[in-house]
Ligand binder design. Structure first.
Ligand SMILES: [Zn+2]
Length: 98
């Protein structure tokens, strides 16, 4: 099994740099390629289906586009679409000065 932090559902992907993220479990910054800890939980298909069933959408950090259906999700699966993003406050300041 090829496990890494990126495949873990606890990995909060960075909005602009998807290869870095925050581990929600340990509350630390991590990399997508890092070997996962013992709290590793793979993001399940059921979890994704449920997201659409309750009317939520996902966002693809690689293509920078929203995902509205499960069919669309399958096309972006490897991009790790997410509901939640880690917002880098430094970058926000740079993008919206003043
Ligand atoms: Zn994508």
């Amino acid at each position: 099994m090829n496990r890494n932090c990126y495949k873990c559902s606890k990995y909060l992907v960075h909005q602009i740099f998807p290869y870095i993220g925050k581990c929600e479990e340990l509350n630390i910054m991590t990399l997508e390629t890092r070997e996962p800890c013992q709290k590793y939980v793979e993001q399940s298909i059921e979890e994704v289906k449920e997201t659409f069933e309750v009317g939520d959408i996902l966002y693809c950090p690689v293509c920078k586009e929203p995902i509205y259906t499960f069919e669309e999700y399958l096309k972006h699966k490897e991009h790790k679409p997410s509901k939640k993003f880690l917002i880098d406050e430094t970058i926000i300041e740079e993008t919206y000065p003043g």
